[in-house]
Design a protein around this ligand. Structure first.
Ligand SMILES: [Zn+2]
Length: 203
């Protein structure tokens, strides 16, 4: 597959995908070329459709099709009074599948550190979040960003941005993961677990 520019370019592009290196990219491309009708053509068409029709909702930040209303925003009829703020849509899926939260989602699309420019507030849809809080009668915003430095900096930034909204702002507790063993926990996890420890009696 060497020295064919079209294929070389494709290898470079596919190698950029998460979990894939040049070796697996070559295997994928070979598989597609050997299955032109069943794989290559539909995949090319499908990718173009996604490129053309799928984009972030400008209100809640989730992915939506231009042909349909946003599923997250459509849920308005349920009259939730909480918004859970997450970094990525995969975080929303994880929280939804745990059934722990009933409410709206707001997807930032990354953290404050992803882009170091003035557009950040715009990219993270903070103004839209403030508008949603006011418009949709929200009484609690739950910051469910990652327990990383970037995630926590982002949570602090949002908390600061919401200071004039008079909404209750909470943050997920951090500590030992369920099933986690003390001896295998890193320092950050242990410190956080100690800080967020809960009383077991009334004293
Ligand atoms: Zn939406």
């Amino acid at each position: 597959m060497q020295n064919i520019p079209e294929i070389e370019n494709l290898i470079k592009l596919i190698s950029k995908l998460p979990g894939l290196g040049p070796k697996s990219a070559k295997r994928i491309i070979l598989k597609m070329i050997n299955n032109r009708r069943e794989l290559l053509k539909p995949l090319a068409n499908n990718l173009y459709e996604v490129f053309k029709n799928i984009e972030r909702c400008k209100i809640c930040g989730t992915l939506k099709s231009n042909n349909n209303p946003c599923k997250n925003c459509e849920d308005k009829s349920k009259n939730f009074n909480k918004i859970c703020v997450v970094e990525n849509i995969s975080d929303q899926w994880a929280i939804e599948s745990s059934s722990i939260f009933q409410g709206y989602f707001h997807i930032l699309g990354g953290t404050i550190s992803d882009t170091n420019n003035d557009n950040n507030r715009e990219n993270l849809l903070i103004n839209s979040l403030i508008q949603r809080i006011n418009k949709e009668d929200i009484d609690e915003v739950i910051l469910a960003t990652s327990a990383t430095v970037e995630g926590q900096t982002t949570a602090f930034y949002i908390q600061d941005s919401l200071r004039n909204t008079k909404v209750k702002v909470t943050k997920l507790a951090q500590g030992l993961p369920v099933g986690g063993e003390i001896e295998n926990s890193d320092d950050g996890t242990l410190i956080s677990a100690f800080k967020n420890r809960k009383g077991l009696n009334n004293f």
